[in-house]
Design a protein around this ligand. Sequence first.
Ligand code: 5AD
Ligand code: SF4
Length: 357
Amino acid sequence: MIKTLNYDNLSRDDLIYLLQLEDQEDLKELYSEAYKTKLKYVGNRVYFRGLIEISNICSKNCYYCGIRCGNSKVNRFILDKQEIIRSAKWAWKHKYASLALQSGERDDPEFVDFVEDILLGIKEFSGDDLGVTLSCGEQTEETYQRWRDAGAQRYLLRIETSNREFYKKLHPEDHLFDKRLECLKLLRKTGYQVGTGVMIGLPDQKAEYLADDLIFFKDWDIDMIGMGPWIPHKDTPLGEDHPEYDKEWLMSMGIKMIALVRLFLKDVNIAATTALHALDPKGREKGLMAGANVIMPVITENEHRGDYLLYDGKPVCDESAEDFRLALDKSISSLGESVAYGIQGNSRHWQKRVGKM
Ligand code: 5AD
Ligand code: SF4
């Protein structure tokens, strides 16, 4: 049985111990504690973020990622403005109340203008009704400010790992850990709700690193967490060196991290990400039962859906966005949870921090 722990005040050693739990009964107890904490701090409502993958063009070359610029096999695309606005309107009409726009990283003026223009286009038809989260990588303070002024309220920039030396193993030399930290500071300074996250189950990643990731989230007063298991992509250096992976283990590590974020940070928003779904058709639901409260379904319907392949086996939905919404809604209800339509679902943690609660 799990040793006696004070779940309200977990130490680094407790986190390391919990990250290494394997016994099914122990894990059940952990998830049930995390679920209780979720009910207490954020309730049993699930927030949908309509995800629009606007472009897979990326100037970076992270060793783990399928759309890294060094992968010449990728069919590169950028959606046009009309298509993005059409999807945003669909989300609005279906009361998603919040969107997430994601792309590879580019900092050229044309791209910066493009994102700004889209944000203004969304604001034009929805006013303040639609919350927008951006996930477009490292940018200058000026760019973050421009996008903020154009209507984005939240930004997700994963630190990927909070361990500086490990970060170096996962990225080329010119991808700087300090720059990433600086960007997280700039996002806070320019007034965003700030999200970050890590990959879980990477080769050579130790339980200690993940415990330190959790402490990093707390120390940096993060509002939202989006993290998921690492899954190899065959056309990446990391995937080539480590083609084998243990789905079950990755899945349990992913769920454990969700539970530990909920227990350790309590009132943040936590996404049950697509990587969980890639490992297990019920992955998202398991994430919700371990403490997650956000789901980000892809809402674009076009021929590029299959080109945003960060890892092999990423589920590409061939249903319409509407069929997918209905199926997800039903499965969420069967868990005793409900979708919070029409509510933006700002992070409670952020609300407390800025005095809006
Ligand atoms: N497996 C899982 N997640 C990945 N990401 C990139 N490559 C992979 C992979 N092979 C994640 C990174 C990045 C986000 C867009 O996708 O964490 O921040
Ligand atoms: Fe580009 Fe992000 Fe992939 Fe790195 S993880 S290659 S920055 S899309």
